[in-house]
Design a protein around this ligand. Structure first.
Ligand code: IPE
Ligand code: IPE
Ligand code: MG
Length: 249
């Protein structure tokens, strides 16, 4: 990517109306590969290149939080070979991106049941998290072994324990308190959720957090998703009126 094109493109966006948090359901790697008579894993490899480009673009746009749905709790039901390939790719991605993350002020965070990931992947995740812990320009939040229902359930259990022990009054259980027990406790709710590959569903992603998120579904398969399309979606986002249940005036 060259910086000249960035200089030409960026003025179309109103910097004062950028989303603070973009979340993406990166779908369609398998279909991208099938269309080319390739193994699904080649689709995931190409998808990793898109991840790199989208992280870079998000940082350039000045959006402080990016959450990427990389692996769902339901994705554990895929064939072992595909899971293994995804884990290898994740590890490779983390190692290759660490220098650029440090250079660009990006902190790595994860949400999900990370303890279910293979030990070597967890070690790499912890190493990159520790190395980037003091970066403040942007948070790259990877949803790994993530499920929205599991997250809410885990929060409710934590709250129930506190109530049972007498540390918490049931009347003190508010929306804010529940949000404080989610993986995302330190970040704002997403302003914009993008799903690639045309599927009109949420697939157990951020169920609590997307109550008032603007949704955008594109038919583009994730490996074909580009910075230009990302920019066009942000432009569309800036034209929307977010009412949060109130009247327009
Ligand atoms: C998204 O692509 C990547 C993951 C879910 C890990 P898919 O692998 O779901 O691709 P399709 O939906 O089969 O095309
Ligand atoms: C959603 O994609 C999960 C991720 C992108 C990681 P899926 O391909 O797993 O979702 P479904 O099966 O189409 O709902
Ligand atoms: Mg899919």
């Amino acid at each position: 990517m060259n910086s000249d094109s960035t200089a030409r493109e960026t003025p179309k966006l109103d910097a004062s109306r950028l989303p603070r948090h973009v979340a993406i359901i990166m779908d369609g790697n398998g279909r991208w590969a099938r269309k080319r008579m390739l193994n699904r894993i080649r689709g995931h490899e190409k998808g990793a290149d898109t991840v790199r480009a989208v992280v870079r673009a998000t940082r350039e746009f000045g959006i402080p939080y990016l959450t990427l749905y990389a692996f769902s709790t339901e994705n554990w039901q895929r064939p072992d070979t595909e899971i293994a390939a995804l884990m290898t790719l994740l590890k490779r991605f983390l190692k290759s991106e660490q220098p650029e993350m440090l250079e660009n002020g990006i902190r790595l965070n994860t949400i999900g049941q990370v303890e279910r990931l293979p030990a070597d992947v967890r070690e790499t995740l912890e190493a990159v998290k520790a190395a980037t812990a003091h970066q403040t320009e942007m948070v790259l939040n990877l949803a790994l072994s993530y499920g929205g229902r599991a997250e809410i359930l885990w929060a409710v259990r934590g709250i129930a324990e506190k109530v049972k022990s007498g540390a918490l009054d049931p009347d003190a259980v508010t929306e804010d308190l529940l949000a404080q027990h989610l993986y995302t406790r330190e970040m704002p709710d997403p302003d914009l959720l993008i799903r690639t590959s045309g599927e009109m569903r949420i697939s157990n992603f951020l169920l609590w957090q997307i109550a008032y998120t603007e949704l955008f579904v594109t038919p583009t398969l994730w490996p074909d998703f580009s910075k230009a399309e990302y920019m066009a979606i942000l432009e569309d986002f800036q034209k929307r009126e977010r009412r949060f249940g109130k009247t327009g005036s």
